[in-house]
Design a protein. Structure first.
Length: 88
């Protein structure tokens, strides 16, 4: 919910799993949020920017967390490469 100034006034804003788009409840103690840093492709150095990836405990309990993280990072790399190619 937002007030008249456009500020978020909710006490709790639930996260969504980046892989399954499921809501991550407050009681999901198996859920994790991982920040993956962006790397400059020419120098190989960290650019200071990162992307947050949230994984639900359901995915981790099914032993699919590593696969989901790899898939999401590959998708974001492909999207960044497409953005870089379109800007050139």
């Amino acid at each position: 919910m937002q007030n008249e100034h456009g500020e978020n006034v909710d006490l709790y804003v639930p996260r969504k799993c980046s892989y399954t788009s499921r809501l991550i409840s407050a009681k999901d103690h198996g859920a994790v949020q991982i920040n993956v840093g962006n790397v400059d492709p020419t120098t190989g150095l960290f650019t200071g920017e990162s992307k947050a990836i949230a994984l639900a405990g359901y995915i981790r309990s099914k032993s699919k967390g590593d696969m989901a993280l790899s898939y999401l990072v590959q998708q974001s790399d492909a999207a960044m490469a497409a953005d870089a190619a379109s800007s050139d």
